[in-house]
Design a protein. Structure first.
Lengths: 333, 333
DNA sequence: TTGAAAGCGCTACCAG
DNA sequence: CTGGTAGCGCTTTCAA
């Protein structure tokens, strides 16, 4: 089923069918009606590949994330998609599961699709890809990783700041034995949090004893990390988690060990995903404005007429500390 | 950057470049090497639209879900994607947010993309779409909604069975005031659970007093539904939720009202998403085998050589009851 | 083993 | 306002 058949059925030329479909206002309403009718009767669906190829442009935005399962990424996607839909774009997502090889193939795939813009919200990164993207001249937005370029905007979160707020707060509550639960210690954005943690903790006085442990991102990872941590004999009075997602697993394991939160152990998350309000107890965390990030991403990729394109920009976001019920004064010995 | 430029640079014809890329073994290794080199130097990325258009086939599978945020859908997607990747396909997802209009446009989009197969895992459905899909002759798998046809396979879950197990169990524990918390009462699969609930409850003896309440899918919806329920003055000893996702919101609101789970109120979920193990308390629920569903979907869409295509099939899945800690004996008055 | 050329289905330009 | 037609970038015969 193609344009030619529709044209024949409607008794007009292919060009007219094309116009009736893409720019209805410039076709006489009578003609348009015949076309619409033929389209419906034939259940015609334009071949989008042909359309994109012929038109040269694509109304598709690509997005690549590290872990769709983590609501953090999903929230950014949802906002980006909402904005895109409103502007008559669509978004296609790819998931890397934190695997650099999958990031490479996803990026290639997106370039191959000639997306109108690409949002890369991942933790892993290969500098060669930056070049490849620069050369492709596709508008790109990176979150956390990457380098600003002519066609590349960079969104960064001041993780250090967020972590420091957490550590200071815990320290002010008298915590002197802390642990950090993370994932993928070798990847930029997550290791940044871990490093910031160590740095902040070292500066405390009275001094704080601390330890770090790493597992996969997710509930299960949080649980296993905690299990491992407690098995070492270390008894933290506070556990700082790299994100809320893992923190929920941490809560679970602590409870399994008969530890109460926050009376026996304080726990903090990061990101402020919806679930952090619904966990038990609700998590003290750091808010990363995912909606705002999604918004910014879209604006960078598809600048509206009132928001001019600002190339090679770097945007820094300062996170906000949110106190809930998973933290309290350190337990007295 | 296109084939012609690569061909020129490599000093061969376009046809040869194409072959070197798609079917390397039939090109002399020396020639192939020159092509590979040219491709790399030029950072050439084949235009996938042109490729699909010329080739006539697409190695893309489409998937449409109602609510990406609900891990239930995500789990099916993950399995489908894993299988697809292994077979060198890719998957693109679309999200409808339970809006029939978005289902329509998503399906049109997928047909327009000429996907190799389409998995529709939604709750809403318009019978007209079935025809449209039948005519498109694209292999389709429906979950929960739809009708088996020549090119359409149907996966169904015996919700009634699952709900009955829950109600019987609760009743055997002495619960005589139950509530059902659902979402989208007008949509097939969710209303089926609600209807099954009413039906099961009515058959109980001693009789059970019951009520149903509906809100949006999600934590917040579960919370609001519960708030509304309690505001009526009804004091259920057990709340049966349409899914785990909402159940977590229910737990939270009950706790807010000073009610203990399961001592004061028993709560059950549905689906057995990962979170149900990590909530506090872990949820008694019904397991829907999402991995299996994802698997089946892929097999139906892209039948391997050892698994012949079985058209017009209807597959029924019987869910399994999972008891955890969110349920217990009814509170004595 | 390689090259030439005919489409794939559509858009967009140029005439009328 | 409508029709004719030249590509868009690639795959795939058919020949060599």
């Amino acid at each position: 089923m193609n344009l030619a058949e529709v044209a024949k059925r409607a008794g007009v030329s292919m060009a007219t069918v094309s116009r009736a479909l893409n720019n209805p206002s410039i076709v006489k309403s009578h003609t348009r009606a015949r076309v619409i009718k033929a389209v419906a009767e034939l259940k015609y669906h334009p071949n989008l590949h042909a359309r994109t190829l012929a038109g040269g442009r694509s109304r598709t935005i690509g997005m690549i994330v590290s872990n769709m399962e983590n609501p953090f990424f999903l929230d950014i996607f949802r906002q980006l998609e909402a904005d895109a839909l409103a502007a008559n774009f669509e978004v296609i997502v790819a998931n890397t599961d934190y695997q650099p090889a999958r990031l490479v193939s996803s990026i290639r795939l997106m370039i191959g699709r000639r997306v109108a813009g690409l949002a890369v919200v991942v933790s892993e990164m290969d500098p060669y890809l930056i070049d490849e993207l620069t050369d492709s001249s596709i508008p790109v937005v990176f979150h956390d990783v990457g380098t600003a370029r002519e066609n590349i905007t960079n969104i960064r979160v001041n993780y250090r700041n967020g972590i420091e707020k957490i550590v200071r707060y815990l320290h002010s509550l008298g915590h002197e034995r802390m642990a950090f639960v993370g994932h993928h210690a070798s990847l930029g954005p997550t290791s940044e949090r871990q490093t910031s943690f160590s740095r902040a903790v070292v500066q405390c006085s009275p001094p704080v004893e601390f330890r770090s442990v790493t597992h996969a991102d997710g509930f299960e990872g949080g649980r296993l990390a905690t299990r491992e941590l407690l098995a070492t004999g270390f008894e933290p009075t506070a556990i700082v988690c790299v994100n809320d997602f893992m923190a929920v697993g941490v809560l679970r394991e602590l409870r399994e060990h008969g530890l109460r939160i926050p009376q026996d152990v304080a726990v903090t998350g990061f990101d402020n995903i919806k679930l952090s309000e619904f966990s038990s107890p609700p998590l003290t965390t750091v808010h990363i404005p995912r909606q705002q990030i999604g918004h910014i991403a879209f604006e960078c990729l598809v600048p509206g007429r009132n928001s001019p394109r600002i190339p090679g920009r770097e945007i820094v976001i300062d996170p906000e500390f949110v106190v809930r019920e998973s933290t309290g004064p350190a337990k007295k010995k």
